[in-house]
Design a protein around this ligand. Structure first.
Ligand SMILES: CC(C)(COP(=O)(O)OP(=O)(O)OC[C@H]1O[C@@H](n2cnc3c(N)ncnc32)[C@H](O)[C@@H]1OP(=O)(O)O)[C@@H](O)C(=O)NCCC(=O)NCCS
Length: 209
């Protein structure tokens, strides 16, 4: 799958940190960003892109998204076809992954981490990565995708898990950010209880990382 991003935006944002209005897109030269399945040869580029997306002054070594992407590769929850990257030529500029998860007895997938290299943000790459994973999950027969995140995800049809009695921990903040997208409408209302990620998402005491 390929999606177009405005070259002008990439050049200007990377050089000067500008935020350019979308109405001006039509004046820009366009370039292609390719969405494809992650391969090991892209690991360094992927970690670099995730670091660009997630790094902040309080980032730590105990848990960070760029090292976690590598940890997931060895996890039993890893689903190779549901791990995708965005490439600008051969440079990784975005990453998204779905891993095995359960809510009660219902298997499904958990989304994340999702990240787009800073200077490529707001050009549609995050949306393309999410939509590609949703499409692949649907094709694989998945019933639902859940995640912990902000209001970015409502545009893809994600709803609050609270409404369906879905929780992820004892932590109210985590539960407030729990969102779910039903791919199989017949399980809506029946999927309820605790969202359990694959083992890689928990520390030795069983707490979410
Ligand atoms: C969140 C992220 C993946 C979005 O990717 P992107 O390629 O920049 O997003 P898109 O271009 O597809 O979408 C841009 C739109 O999303 C909105 N958006 C971007 N980040 C958002 C956020 N954190 N919360 C809510 N809306 C957000 C933009 O305002 C823009 O809105 P508009 O379409 O109304 O103008 C990217 O900004 C990123 O990597 N952020 C840092 C890491 C992160 O927060 N990951 C998600 C963890 S839950």
């Amino acid at each position: 799958m390929k999606c177009k991003i405005p070259r002008f935006m990439v050049t200007l944002t990377s050089l000067k940190g500008f935020n350019i209005h979308k109405e001006n897109h039509r004046y820009r030269e366009e370039q292609w960003v390719e969405i494809k399945t992650f391969e090991l040869s892209y690991l360094c580029g992927t970690k670099d892109a995730l670091k660009s997306a997630f790094y902040h002054e309080n980032s730590n070594d105990r848990f960070n998204e760029w090292e976690f992407a590598e940890t997931l590769l060895k996890s039993d929850g890893y689903l190779p076809k549901l791990c995708v990257i965005a490439l600008d030529e051969e440079n990784v500029v975005g990453y998204n992954v779905l891993t095995k998860a359960k809510i009660g007895s219902f298997p499904g997938q958990a989304l994340g981490p999702l990240g787009v290299r800073k200077e490529y943000q707001n050009a549609g790459i995050g949306s393309a990565l999410v939509k590609e994973c949703i499409k692949r999950a649907e094709e694989s027969g998945s019933s639902w995708i859940a995640l912990l995140g902000g209001n970015y995800y409502s545009r893809f049809g994600f709803e609050s898990g609270n409404y369906y009695g879905i929780t992820v921990s004892e932590n109210a903040f985590d539960n407030e950010h729990l969102q779910i997208l039903f791919l199989d409408q017949s399980v809506k209302g029946r999927v309820s209880g605790r969202l359990v990620y694959c083992d890689a998402f928990y520390d030795a005491d069983g707490n979410l990382l």
